[in-house]
Design a protein around this ligand. Structure first.
Ligand SMILES: *[C@@H]1O[C@H](CO)[C@@H](O)[C@H](O)[C@H]1NC(C)=O
Ligand SMILES: *[C@@H]1O[C@H](CO)[C@@H](O)[C@H](O)[C@H]1NC(C)=O
Length: 331
């Protein structure tokens, strides 16, 4: 009796801070799914692992407590750390309010050294001047997959609060801001965009994670920014991406499940940010609008052309597109 009362209290405290995984998510994927870490190495996620409640409580109390690392053409490889509620950290940095700002968010088991970060950073800084901010959320990202999934909305809210602070200090317009995230990071930028009332110019989901997200109310949506784009490279129930329409514009490169030149799911999944990085540099990948998932799969789309990715902050559109790419950079 006493024990069950205690359990009940614990459950209530926990529910107050985070939305647990819905029952129906567990039937979609096998229990064990292999994801790439920041370096592309395989790690098994147990979709029925016990969440780390203490860590989730801590993240919920202090969602902004992640690292925000600024890179510009004046410091292309040495980060400057920006700190929420510390205006000096921004005013004394190389942040240039005249330039556009891109925030890059890694996935599960990543950190500031995750492969996505230098790829997208170098693509932007190679193109022109920009404020590239890398969000390092490794404190949660290094926990088990279930814990990371449950904590994603809090990290997203924290990013939203940080961007709001950045705006208040620098006066930059929402029109100059682009949030781009990979895998779990795609759902983080969705939640950040929602915290900012869908006002940022662009939100990009790079193969938004599928496991535990199919029925998840906190997944990335088309309302999270003025223009929301998703690039699906490893969809399907045997893939790591959600593989379904979530944005204003959804791209399905090479059908959206497996990618040319890739032998593993890990490579297919990571290809989403490689394609995005290449598109920032060359703006060379053009999709064709489709009318059905059959057309996507069988490469028979014949609608209007539309560019994948790129760095255009005025981009706007709708629909879903197949794009065929090469096997090697720049694809
Ligand atoms: C930053 O300041 C705001 C407003 O004063 C406050 O609500 C918020 O909790 C602060 N965040 C952090 C991480 O200190
Ligand atoms: C985007 O829109 C802004 C303001 O509406 C304008 O100043 C800028 O030239 C546009 N950029 C492109 C690439 O069209």
């Amino acid at each position: 009796m006493k024990a069950s009362l205690l359990l009940c209290v614990i459950a209530t405290v926990y529910l107050a801070s985070a939305v647990p995984i819905k029952e129906e998510e567990l039937g979609v994927y096998p229990r064990f799914v292999t994801f790439p870490d920041g370096e592309g190495l395989p790690h098994v996620a147990d979709l029925q692992a016990e969440p780390d409640h203490a860590l989730l409580e801590e993240i919920h109390r202090d969602p902004a407590n992640n690292l925000y690392l600024l890179f510009t053409r004046n410091n292309p490889t040495q980060a400057q750390t920006l700190i929420i509620n510390n205006s000096e950290s921004i005013l004394n940095s190389n942040f240039n309010p005249e330039d556009n700002t891109i925030v890059v968010v890694h996935g599960w088991l990543g950190g500031q050294d995750a492969g996505i970060n230098p790829t997208i950073r170098d693509a932007y800084l190679g193109k022109g001047s920009a404020n590239v901010i890398v969000l390092d959320w490794r404190r949660l990202a290094l926990s088990n997959y279930v814990t990371a999934v449950i904590g994603v909305p809090d990290i997203g809210v924290g990013l939203g609060q940080f961007v709001r602070f950045l705006i208040s200090v620098t006066g930059i317009p929402y029109e100059s801001i682009h949030l781009a995230g990979f895998s779990l990071g795609a759902h983080i930028v969705g939640n950040a965009g929602r915290e900012l009332e869908g006002r940022v110019a662009r939100v990009t989901g790079l193969d938004p994670a599928g496991p535990l997200w199919i029925y998840n109310d906190n997944k990335i949506t088309e309302n999270d920014g003025v223009y929301v784009e998703a690039i699906h490279t490893n969809g399907g129930v045997d893939g790591l991406g959600i593989g379904d329409i979530v944005a204003n514009v959804d791209f399905f490169p090479n059908g959206g499940r497996s990618q040319p030149g890739c032998l593993t799911f890990l490579c297919d999944h990571d290809r989403s940010w490689e394609l995005f990085g290449a598109s920032v540099t060359y703006n060379h990948l053009t999709g064709t609008e489709c009318e059905s998932s059959w057309q996507v799969t069988f490469n028979s789309c014949s609608g209007a052309p539309f560019p994948l990715g790129n760095d255009d902050l005025n981009k706007t559109g709708s629909g879903f597109y197949r794009v065929n790419t090469g096997r090697r950079y720049p694809f």
